[in-house]
Design a protein around this ligand. Structure first.
Ligand code: MG
Length: 189
């Protein structure tokens, strides 16, 4: 039997926009001085995905921030398998500009009993998943646009691929262009 899929969501610019820029008006709420807006359709996405997959959150922000953010954005009827923060990330040094950055190493998730073939991580920052590109569903960053519809498309896409035995083998780079509709123009390729 195929193992239940695990979908891990990043927070900043993936599910929410948090900024100290006062032009983000109106914010949905304020957290640690940041004005925060939920990405449109966020609650629908989490509810819909929780029907066919386990859900985790993994952000490279601080532990307190992640804990409070999750409390604010995850509906009460959606349960998370985990909500991890920076303390679970691995620190790396970019040898070109000598800047540190954080990596989400999926080996840590394997320890919870998930095989890599059944893990997807949705994140706007590819460098944070550098060791596991095959698991990465890259998402356009969200900066607060109320017309953003990416999460609805994402929910439909995840549902379509949820039963694929090894999600790492899927070409996921063009997912946001994929659609259930019949597109006659495709046959012209
Ligand atoms: Mg992000």
């Amino acid at each position: 039997m195929t193992q239940r899929l695990l979908v891990i969501f990043d927070l900043d610019e993936t599910l929410v926009r948090a900024t100290d820029n006062p032009t983000l008006e109106p914010p949905d709420f304020i957290l640690y001085g940041f004005r925060v807006r939920r990405r449109p359709q966020l609650e629908n996405l989490l509810r819909s995905v929780s029907r066919f997959a386990d859900i985790g959150v993994w952000s490279s922000a601080t532990d307190n921030y992640v804990e409070e953010m999750v409390r604010k954005i995850v509906p009460a009827d959606v349960s998370l398998r985990f909500a991890w923060a920076r303390s679970r990330c691995t620190r790396r040094l970019d040898t070109e500009n000598l800047e540190e950055y954080w990596v989400k190493d999926l080996k840590k998730v394997k320890k919870l009993g998930y095989s890599l073939e059944r893990i997807l991580i949705v994140d706007d920052s590819p460098e944070k998943i550098e060791r596991h590109y095959g698991n990465h569903v890259r998402i356009e960053p969200f900066y607060g646009d109320l017309e953003d519809r990416v999460l609805s498309r994402l929910a439909a896409y995840l549902e379509r691929i949820a039963s694929v035995e090894n999600v790492r083998t899927l070409e996921k780079r063009g997912w946001h262009h994929s659609t259930d509709e019949v597109r006659p123009d495709i046959s012209a390729e």
